[in-house]
Design a protein around this ligand. Structure first.
Ligand code: NI
Length: 183
């Protein structure tokens, strides 16, 4: 089972700044297992009782590179209001189209590899269409919006060695705020 300590911290791990490599199919058994463990970790992290007891933060996205593997895959697990999860297992993703509208997360974006609050706006597309493969090599395409769209863009950035804080203007953290919608 994945533990919080398995997730790399950006202040200690330079690998988080590296670009991940395309995955070839069939995927290795160990990578398919890892994908399922990553999903389990995110689900548990969003269980308030479990998270508090184990002193872990809630997360809705996790990339292989955050566990030290430079492979282009990530998972998203988003707990909806009715308690069910909207989940994606995403391999070799590519954004094929995006909205012109930009959004940002009002309270700031978070990352399980960034254990501090970073002030500022991270501009994201409000909607993106993503082509990707599932863990068995089946091609998929999905149009996502709002929180899920932000999560996809955040995780795709991880695959390219980019952290959310890299997208915040250092001199003017709230630059262009009025041209974007907060969510
Ligand atoms: Ni992250």
């Amino acid at each position: 089972m994945l533990k919080e300590k398995d997730i790399l911290d950006e202040r200690k791990s330079k690998i988080l700044r590296q670009k991940s490599n395309e995955v070839t199919f069939p995927m290795k058994e160990e990578d398919i297992s890892l994908i399922n463990e990553m999903i389990m970790y995110l689900r548990l992290s969003q269980d308030e009782e479990y998270a508090e007891k184990n002193n872990i933060r809630a997360g809705m996205g996790l990339s292989a590179v955050q566990l030290g593997k430079l492979k282009r895959f990530f998972v998203i697990s988003y707990k909806k209001e009715d308690g069910t999860f909207e989940e994606y297992k995403v391999v070799n993703p590519k954004i094929v189209s995006n909205s012109t509208e930009l959004i940002y997360v009002e309270e700031g974006e978070g990352c399980l590899s960034v254990n501090r609050y970073v002030e500022g706006i991270v501009p994201r597309y409000a909607r993106v269409t993503v082509e990707y493969y599932d863990e068995f090599g089946n091609k998929k395409e999905v149009r996502v919006r709002e929180e899920i769209a932000v999560a996809f863009q955040h995780e795709i950035d991880h695959l390219n060695g980019i952290l959310f804080l890299d997208r915040i203007d250092k001199k003017d953290p709230y630059k262009n705020k009025d041209n974007m919608r907060s969510i």
